[in-house]
Design a protein around this ligand. Structure first.
Ligand code: FAD
Length: 415
């Protein structure tokens, strides 16, 4: 008999997706360990870039159920205004129309991660910071894991160490090494030819909890309602997607020139942009793994799929993966089945692959449709946008998508 520490679930990657999986599964009573390659000190620091995400209302409800109070972490989005720089088309989405108080929240990624880390540590998840899983191999009953690192772990361990688990969940983000080693499936990858520039900006007028998105021929510009600063000044979190050459130029500008360019690109709705925090830029691409499962292992979140940020969907799809995997584990346990076995994993894959693939494709199509100067496409855009204005049921559907109202999370503690 091996004396290696044994867990019911081991997770690689404690970003928003891996961390929420650790918490959700731990709350069902299973023994969970999580490996995160960043040192603990880095995870505990504020993010100088204040990178933020739109967390849809459906995801917010899931987070709330696992004990994360999203309302205290970010600002609400009550309305969305989406319009096209080249045509008259526009969409207005109001939470009220769907009978809800809000469409979602703008949450700072790092603050959400920190809330999740604090909660899972509190509830007895074993967390290994500064450690990576180097190799894993499965047999009939478990997956054997070899982890190494530089010893920055809560338990004071260092060097190589072996672990065992019924299941390994890989939530390492897009560049996942374990996905390549253990899933070995063909990956769909589409470069959009754009970079997204993110930053916090201060503006003259309050955002009134409206999320704006303007489609420019060079790419979409989102201005999202962010929490006020400590002096009560209104702020927004921007995601400006632009072709590589323009994005490079924008990144090279000084703050004053960038803010002037932003004002020109966005328009006068919020008055002048008066100050900006640190800018960062990310190359944009669509990604989808043709398989999510291997021998006693599974991928989720950005390790499995990546979308253009124009719909604010990325981490929301990841939270749907977390809910589906947690429910699949629960279902296997209630049937006295092996939750790391192929039938439970296939259930998870069946539940998530169609939704993820459809959204990767839809976001790619929208990006092409709106980031193009052709007249025909411009007319199509116009018709599409006006169509949604004319068709309240379509609009309601769009709101429900935006809010992630796809069914609620049911996993409960197992007895
Ligand atoms: C500009 C931009 C704007 C976006 N806006 C939105 C938005 O508004 N709404 C939305 O839903 N989504 C948005 N997204 C997408 C969202 O950021 C991602 O979907 C989300 O961060 C994915 O979370 P994750 O936990 O799967 O991966 P990640 O956030 O990449 O986390 C992976 C974690 O795994 C760790 N890790 C990596 N390798 C290893 C290893 N070998 N061992 C151990 N740990 C490892 C990493 O350190 C990290 O902590 C946006 C993306 C971009 C680029």
């Amino acid at each position: 008999m091996s004396a290696d520490p044994h867990y019911d679930l081991i997770i690689s990657g404690a970003g928003m997706v891996g961390a929420s999986l650790a918490l959700a599964v731990r709350q069902t009573g299973l023994r969970v360990a999580i490996f995160e390659k960043r040192p603990q000190a880095l995870c505990a620091m504020p993010d100088a870039y204040e990178r933020a995400s739109l967390v849809a209302a459906g995801s917010g409800r899931f987070l709330q159920k696992i004990g994360i109070d999203v309302a205290t972490l970010g600002s609400t989005v009550e309305r969305m205004r989406v319009w096209d720089a080249e045509t008259t088309g526009s969409i207005h989405l109001d939470a009220e129309e769907a009978g809800e108080a809000f469409l979602g929240h703008i949450l700072e990624n790092r603050r959400l991660e920190q809330a999740l880390h604090a909660a899972f540590a509190d509830q007895g998840v074993d967390v290994f910071y500064g450690r990576e899983i180097r190799a894993a191999w499965a047999d009939q009953e478990q997956i054997h894991i070899s982890a190494s690192g530089n010893g920055d772990s809560r338990n004071g361990e260092s060097g190589d160490r072996a672990y065992r688990s019924a299941l390994l969940a890989i939530a390492e983000g897009r560049q996942s090494v374990l996905r390549k080693q253990l899933i070995q499936a063909p990956i769909f990858h589409e470069a959009y030819g754009q970079d997204a520039i993110t930053a916090t900006v201060w503006m003259e007028k309050p955002h009134r909890n409206i999320a704006y998105q303007r489609f420019l021929p060079t790419g979409p510009l989102a201005v999202l309602p962010f929490r006020h600063d400590s002096a009560g000044h209104p702020r927004a979190s921007i995601v400006w997607s632009a072709r590589h050459t323009l994005a490079r130029r924008l990144m090279q500008m000084d703050d004053a020139a960038f803010l002037a360019a932003l004002h020109q690109a966005f328009g006068p709705q919020l008055g002048h942009f008066v100050r900006i925090g640190k800018r960062n830029s990310y190359p944009l691409s669509g990604l989808h793994s043709s398989r999510y499962i291997g021998d006693r292992c599974v991928i989720l979140g950005d390790s499995a799929h990546g979308v253009h940020p124009l719909a604010g969907l990325g981490v929301n799809l990841g939270f749907r993966d977390v809910q589906a995997l947690t429910e699949s584990i629960q279902e296997a346990r209630s049937r006295h089945e092996d939750w790391g076995g192929s039938s439970a994993l296939r259930r998870y894959q069946r539940a998530r692959r169609p939704d993820n693939l459809a959204n990767v494709m839809a976001c790619g199509t929208l990006s092409h449709l709106f980031s193009n100067r052709s007249r025909g496409l411009s007319r199509l855009r116009d018709m599409g946008l006006l169509g949604t204005g004319l068709l309240p049921p379509v609009k309601r559907f769009l709101i429900r998508q935006a809010m992630g109202l796809q069914g609620d999370y049911h996993a409960t503690p197992h007895r």
